[in-house]
Structure formats: C-alpha cells, structure tokens
Ligand binder design. Structure first.
Ligand code: NAD
Length: 394
C-alpha cells in the first residue's frame, strides 16, 4: 500500500554516488528533495540550483534547518558515523551508503544510537545501501541456499577480481585509499557488497585468516590484493579472493554442499545436483574411487526486474510512508561486513588466525597507529567525476 504524500528527504555528499542519488530522488513521485549538502560550497550551490532545492554547506545546518524526515548519507565512510548518529538522535530516518563505516567500534556507536532512538520512536528507520541484495542472481542464490537445497554446506569459494581500478581512480580524491581518509582499501571500498552478500548467504565464520597485500600494484597505502580463509562453526570453509589489479577479472562464486554444487559466473547459475547425499555416499560406498551421480541444471533467473539504488531508496521511502520496517538492508546488519573486513586485516597485520568476535579495540588501535605513522603523500589528486554505472560489479 502506498500513501499519497511526499517524504521530505535531504542528501549529504554530492560526489560520485551523490549524483546517482540525485538522479533517482528527483524522479521519485514520493520524494520532496528539501535540501542538499556538501562541504564544497560551489558543488552544493550548483546542485541546489539545478534541482530547485536549498544548498547547505554543513550537515548540522541541513539536519537542524531543512525540516527533514529522512537523510541519505553519501559522504566518505568515516563521516557516516557523526552524521548518522546526529540524524537518528533528532528522529530523522537514515539511509546510509555502504560501508556502514570503517571499523567495528564506530559501527557499534551507530547501532547504540539507533537502539536508543528507536526505543523512543519505534517507527524510526536505519537502512544501508546494499543494492546488490536486489540483484536477481544473488536473490536466487539466497533463495536456494536458505531453502536448504544443497543440504549441509561444506565449502564456499568466491573469487571476485573484477574490481579493477587504475592508479587514476585512486588519485581521483584525496581521501581515497588512505588510512586517514578512507581507513582501508579493497575491503573497505569495493568489497563491502561482497562481504555483506557472504554474511547474508552464509552467516559469520568463527575464525578468520587473512592475507592482505598493501599497495602491491598501485601507489596506495592500503590493501589492493586479499585472500581470506573463513572457518564456520558447522565445519563449512570459505575462501574470499579479491583484488583491484586483475584485468580481465573473474566473479565466480562456488557453493558446495552434500547435495551438489552451485556455480554463479558469467550471469548464469549452474546447479550440479547430486542424486544422493555426497556425505552419505562418502561414508557408505564400497567403491574406492566412485563419484556421486550428478545432473547439470541451469537455474532459470528472471532478470528483467528493477534493481539497484533506486529500488533500495524507494523501499526506504515507502517504509517511511507506511510506518513499516520493510527495508532491503537494515543499518545494523552493516556491522557484519565490517567484522569480516576488520577480521581479515587484523589477521593479516598480526599474522594469526582471528577468533570471531575479536577484540575491536585492538583493530582500532592498529588503524590509529597506521594513521598516525603514515608518511604517504598523494602524487596527484584531481576531482574526477566517475560514472558509477561502470563501477558496479555484478
Ligand atoms: N552503494 C554503492 O555502490 C556505492 C558506490 C560508490 C560510493 N559509495 C559510497 O558513497 C560514499 C561516497 O563515495 P563517493 O565515491 O561518492 O565519494 P566522492 O569523493 O565522489 O564524494 C564525496 C562528497 O562528499 C563531500 N563531503 C565530504 N565530507 C563531507 C561532510 N562531512 N559533509 C558534507 N559533504 C562532505 C565531498 O565534498 C564530496 O563532494 C562512500 O562511503 C562510498 O563507499 C557507495
């Protein structure tokens, strides 16, 4: 059911993804864009003039003066924290860009603020922009895994090396790929979607072992190549292999279980379906080298459906109008991807396997040391406008 009125929305952060948000918000019948905000005054003025709204240069002023019901937070990750907390404390619904923030301690501050605010106002919404949860292939994988088609899961291997980035990309903003400005590399910028998808499909592991290479192929001070090994409570193992330095890249997700194997790659899901349980066969067969008979099935997926940012934003706005909590992804779920990302980096920095939950203070201290001791200076920084449609990795 949709209520016939407009929600008063503000947008903070008018950079690359801010452009995508503006394009969506200004075409939504249920949204009144009452203010845009950027610390870059020219940008704020330009956007405000173009879209017939008011410009703000500080998020404090936007939150205080614009009469917002909801805000979309599209600034660099560290600043997600103060803006989200301030908005929630004022009873303003928040849709925060991914990642929730940089580290688990800050995520807990946001979650605490939400829990305090929602106790007073049960209809308050806190969403996060995990638009890949709207993609039909991932929804189908979720459907298959959740319904137990594979039986007991034994292994997940995700090779996602199609996040290729050039040096020019990293040079396109002073905050990018620095400990102080961004707080991480591929795990913090490109992979939050994949890490969210991993935890959405399989939950969190009990142990994490990570190997992260810092600036291996790019002139950056953060990681651009990562291999991680996850061990789950029930024995399932996961491999997570990512880099921004591989072209052509691969996006291949294999999910193996006792009833067969799912392979998602090249816009296709294949199910190698076992005729009987592999675990039962393994235990009971009298033949040493026999295999379980399996059948190749290509899973039909309806792809002609709306996807992406606009779908997530529209659901957020409809939930406000209808007073529900029906969101694509709730902000509090955003901490799980950070547990994976921080856990991988903590393991890599300390050369040990990390138990989950780990000591979030230990990771925050490492991050603070990296910021404090950074000698990195960017050779060139240019204000690039990136076509975000080219960045989304399906
Ligand atoms: N969901 C996705 O697929 C997706 C894609 C791209 C970016 N993002 C996320 O969006 C955020 C922004 O990324 P981007 O690529 O658009 O960055 P960007 O550098 O292009 O733009 C950021 C903008 O925020 C402004 N800004 C910085 N601090 C501010 C503050 N405190 N108050 C007001 N304005 C401020 C900057 O002046 C700039 O205009 C990041 O967290 C990023 O991870 C998400």
């Amino acid at each position: 059911m949709s209520i016939d009125r407009k929600v008063r929305v503000g947008l903070v952060g008018l950079g690359n993804i801010g452009n995508t948000h503006i394009a969506n918000l200004t075409t939504m019948d249920n949204v009144d864009l009452v203010g845009v905000c950027d610390i870059d005054k020219d940008k704020a003025d330009r956007f405000a003039a173009k879209h017939g709204t008011k410009a703000y240069y500080s998020y404090h002023d936007l939150l205080r003066d614009a009469g917002l019901e909801a805000i979309i937070v599209a600034v660099p990750h560290y600043d997600h924290v103060p803006i989200t907390i301030d908005a929630l404390e004022r009873g303003i619904h928040v849709l925060c860009e991914k990642p929730l923030t940089v580290h688990v301690n800050d995520a807990n501050k946001m979650i605490d603020a939400y829990e305090t605010a929602i106790a007073k106002n049960p209809k308050l919404l806190f969403g996060i922009m995990f638009q890949e949860r709207t993609y039909p292939f991932y929804l189908k994988l979720k459907d298959i895994v959740t319904h137990g088609e594979l039986g007991r899961l034994t292994r997940v291997t995700w090779i996602n090396t199609s996040w290729f980035r050039t040096q020019a990309y990293y040079d396109s903003g002073s905050w990018r790929a620095t400990w102080a400005g961004e707080g991480g590399g591929i795990l913090t910028n490109q992979c939050p979607h994949n890490l969210d998808m991993y935890q959405w499909l399989f939950g969190l592991p009990k142990r994490i072992t990570g190997h992260a290479h810092i600036g291996k192929y790019h002139n950056i001070e953060v990681e651009d190549e990562v291999t991680a090994y996850f061990e789950h409570e029930d024995g399932m193992v996961g491999h997570f292999i990512v880099t921004t330095a591989e072209s052509p890249g691969t996006n291949r997700l294999e999910i193996a279980g006792e009833n067969g194997k799912l392979v998602y790659e090249d816009s296709k899901i294949v199910f190698y379906r076992n005729r009987e349980s592999m675990l039962k066969f393994l235990a009971e067969s009298k033949q040493g080298f026999a295999h379980v008979e399996n059948w190749y099935t290509e899973i039909p997926v309806q792809t002609n459906v709306p996807v992406g940012h606009k779908v997530v934003t529209n659901r957020f706005v409809e939930a406000i109008l209808n007073g529900t909590q029906d969101l694509t992804a709730h902000g509090i779920e955003g901490i799980n991807g950070l547990i994976l990302a921080n856990g991988i980096m903590l393991s890599s920095f300390t050369h040990r396997t990390v138990e989950v939950p780990f000591d979030a203070d230990e990771y925050e201290h490492i991050l603070q040391d990296l910021k404090r001791n950074s000698k990195f200076t960017k050779a060139t920084v240019w204000d690039a406008q990136i076509n975000m449609n080219e960045s989304f990795n399906v």
